[in-house]
Design a protein around this ligand. Structure first.
Ligand code: NAD
Length: 453
């Protein structure tokens, strides 16, 4: 396997030359990302269609527009973000200058996942550039058309000395991880996250881990189930369920279940017709390994909606299973596909107990009109994000940090949070060499008189 040592050494020299630190360099590179997206949107959409059967509209909303807007937001706020931030000073520092200076960390490594292969590489790259870093991106090998696109087009638009794309799978990533980086942002599953963290620990490299897990939904009594079903089904069946913040399973009181199922059926028919296989708005499972894994999760269940599949096309229809038990297979791992289990619970208190007995989720969704139910769940649980009466949308609001907690990840990004994530907050204290007499109380010999107590 190729060693990346020389490449990273060269990048670090460029970084140390100061090239990436100027606002002008950062802003030029960010504009280049905007141009790359705008001028190649058709090609990007074609790659996403080939990799995931992603519809152009979905590709725009969840990948292209999201990245373009984030880049424009960074360009517009760059000078403000880069300014030293004045901090409060007590009497002792009254005459001094004290501030926080954000500084780039150095050479960043971004390891992307396949489910949103444009977003999960370009969005962190925007943060790395805005913060003034050099950066290597390693797209997922499981979305090869997008990875090929990035390898071909990033060098055409961005500064090749400072930004590079390395394509490959486990061997290439393993070789990269042997090298010293100044920050690593990894998106993917928790098992590989541990490998990344272990490799990073050798150099005490900070890591941002964007992981997944089972994001629960609680649906209360007395909600408008037609609206709930549309918002739930959109978030669940987007990208054929292969979304890190997709609702993984639903908990609701028993009397809600039947009407919910019928409303979800209506929503699915409306979104994808009665024949989702022929709908160009519906995605495909990324590869046969994941297809087989999802089939296994369905074993022994009786779908009340869907359950159809076609291995050749890696198609699995939007599927709902009811009366699921926590001991069922489908509840043992993140589903990451278009299967929606519904589990009945007595009330929101039982849902809280369930949530707190499992790993902390990346997102927690609550559908309710009841303020005290909403507040109770918010106060008594922990999750990367907490969303009321909708799903997935919080990822599109760049003022909110996007990230997990516990097993669903560490660190966060999007918008200004990306700039912060790829920056070091340097504490700066500047004094003058004058007024030395005012300093004498801190020097030995110590006397009570000096202390003045
Ligand atoms: P994946 O298979 O694309 O792997 C992610 C990256 O890790 C790839 O670039 C891959 O090459 C690399 N990799 C895989 N095995 C490795 C190894 N042994 N050593 C070093 N590198 C290795 O993606 P995945 O893991 O299937 O992604 C799905 C998971 O990611 C789900 O859990 C999902 O919830 C999560 N996810 C999280 C977010 C988020 O933003 N929090 C976004 C998307 C996906």
């Amino acid at each position: 396997m190729e060693s990346y040592g020389q490449m990273i050494k060269d990048m670090r020299s460029v970084f140390l030359s100061g090239k990436t630190k100027s606002e002008q360099w950062r802003s030029t590179q960010l504009k280049a990302i905007v141009n790359l997206i705008e001028e190649n949107s058709e090609k990007l959409c074609a790659a996403l269609q080939a990799d995931l059967h992603k519809h152009k509209s979905e590709a725009f909303i969840t990948e292209l527009a999201l990245c373009k807007n984030d880049a424009i937001h960074a360009i517009n706020h760059l000078s403000e973000w880069m300014k030293p931030e004045k901090v409060a000073k007590g009497l002792m520092f009254m005459m001094d200058n004290a501030c926080i200076q954000k500084e780039p960390l150095g050479v960043a490594l971004i390891i992307g996942a396949w489910n949103y292969p444009v977003q999960l590489t370009l969005l962190p790259l925007i943060g790395a550039i805005a913060a003034g870093n050099c950066c290597i991106i390693k797209p997922s090998e499981l979305s090869p058309k997008t990875a090929e696109f990035l390898q071909e087009y990033i060098p055409k638009y961005l500064d090749n000395d400072c930004i590079k794309v390395v394509n490959g799978g486990v061997p290439e990533t393993t070789a990269l991880l042997k090298e010293r980086f100044d920050i690593i942002l990894y998106t993917g599953n928790s098992n590989v996250a541990k490998i990344v963290m272990e490799a990073a620990s050798k150099f005490l490299t900070p890591v941002i881990l964007e992981l997944g897990g089972k994001s629960p939904v609680f649906i209360d009594r007395n909600t408008d189930l037609n609206v709930v079903a549309r918002r739930l089904s959109w978030g669940k069946f987007l990208n054929a369920g292969q979304t890190c913040v997709a609702p993984d399973y639903v908990m609701c009181p028993k009397e809600v279940q039947d009407e919910l199922v019928s409303s979800v059926k209506t929503a699915i028919d409306e979104f994808f017709t009665k024949d989702p296989k022929s709908s160009d708005s519906y995605g495909r499972i990324v590869n046969s390994r994941h297809f087989g894994r999802l089939q296994k999760l369905l074993e022994g269940t009786k779908p009340v909606i869907g359950g159809d599949s076609d291995e050749k096309e890696r198609f699995i229809s939007p599927t709902v299973v009811t009366d699921v038990q926590f001991t069922d297979n489908i509840m043992q791992e993140e589903i990451f596909g278009p299967l929606l289990p519904i589990i009945t619970v007595k009330d929101h208190n039982e849902a809280i107990e369930v949530i707190n007995s499992r790993e902390k989720p990346l997102a927690l969704y609550v559908f309710t009109n009841n303020k005290s139910v909403r507040e109770d769940i918010r106060q008594k649980t922990s999750s990367g994000a907490f969303v009321v009466n909708d799903t997935v949308l919080h990822g599109g609001l760049c003022s909110l940090p996007f990230g997990g907690v516990g097993n669903s990840g560490m660190g966060a990004y999007h918008g200004k949070h990306s700039f912060d994530a790829f920056s070091h907050s340097k504490a700066v204290l500047e004094k003058s060499l004058g007024m030395e007499s005012a300093n004498s109380i801190r020097y030995p010999p110590y006397t009570e008189a000096k202390l003045g107590w």
